[in-house]
Design a protein around this ligand. Structure first.
Ligand code: AKG
Ligand code: FE2
Length: 295
């Protein structure tokens, strides 16, 4: 549910302390400037499924957020694995270089939301009604709800030096995220807009990208404090290998179009290395469940 419906009401947080309201008038979305901002976001999302809002948070808030993710990063569960772009098994019937058979190393760490305190600036932004209303309207959806999952709702994605998040699609429709700490080198967000569709996997083009074709690939120079809304179901994307000495941290703000979304226990265990009591109650015929994390 949106923060404004929650009981008890969240502490009143000063929106202007978090967000640059001159540039991003979240407090007056119905004004001409607000409408222009929404129109820009919708046009970007309609164009290639990605909208970036540079320097969305104010420098002081960003400093606090960077310190928070730095402090919390040691709590990340690191998941080292080999994966193809579909998080599936390979297919021995297909050629070795077929996208289904291209396995890449993935070494992501995730800090679960229950480790992220109520007082943190990242959580204040996540729960702020004006932020949620903005995301909802920028995406042009009727409803937007926080994930009901105590671990998967608000998450810090940690990529340590030498690690990468290889080419993949997201299992859910969209991700709202913000980098809080930049690596010294690499760690670039790259995507091939709408390279697949519901009609076609387009294995030929996907295979070319996996083997180094950069023609359909866009590279974003994301900076800490930039907000990103990304539709990752049809756009193959990755975070390139992190170089240098510093981690790359991204906060993922988990939202869904339906209420009550909770990740499945097996997936939660894999991603966070543990469960929350809410997952123990899972039943086989429970409601559709999802989360914001790429598998
Ligand atoms: O860390 C990022 O910038 C986004 C990573 C990503 O693609 C994902 O979490 O699905
Ligand atoms: Fe992704």
């Amino acid at each position: 549910m949106l923060a404004e419906d929650r009981q008890p009401a969240p502490a009143e947080v000063d929106l202007g302390g978090l967000i640059d309201l001159e540039r991003y008038p979240l407090d007056r979305l119905d004004s001409p400037e607000g409408q222009a901002l929404l129109a820009r976001c919708r046009a970007s999302l309609a164009g290639d499924g990605c909208a970036v809002l540079p320097s969305f948070v104010r420098p002081e808030a960003l400093r606090a957020m960077g310190e928070e993710t730095h402090r919390l990063a040691p709590g990340a569960h690191i998941n080292d694995t080999q994966t193809n772009p579909y998080s599936s098994d390979g297919d021995p019937e297909l050629p070795e270089d077929h996208p289904r058979n291209v396995f890449m190393d993935r070494s992501n760490g995730f800090v679960g939301g229950d480790l992220i305190g109520q007082e943190t600036a990242i959580r204040q932004l996540y729960h702020h009604p004006a932020f949620q209303r903005f995301v909802q309207r920028a995406m042009g959806v009727e409803e937007l709800h926080e994930y009901a999952d105590p671990l998967g709702g608000l998450v810090i994605n940690v990529l340590k030096p030498g690690c990468q998040h290889p080419w993949h699609y997201d299992t859910n429709e969209f991700v709202v995220s913000m980098m809080t700490r930049a690596p010294e080198e690499g760690g670039l967000f790259q995507y091939a807009p709408n390279i697949r569709s519901t009609e076609s996997e387009n294995y030929e083009s996907v295979g070319r990208v996996l083997h180094g074709d950069e023609a359909p690939v866009k590279t974003l120079q994301l900076k800490p404090g930039d907000l990103q809304i990304f539709f990752g179901r049809y756009s193959l994307h990755r975070v390139s290998r992190v170089g240098g000495e510093k981690d790359r941290h991204t906060v993922i703000f988990g939202f869904a179009r339906e209420p009550g979304m909770i990740a499945r226990a097996a997936r939660t265990k894999r991603i966070f290395g543990r469960l929350h009591p809410i997952h123990e109650a899972e039943t086989a015929d429970g409601p559709a469940r999802s989360d914001s994390l790429a598998d």
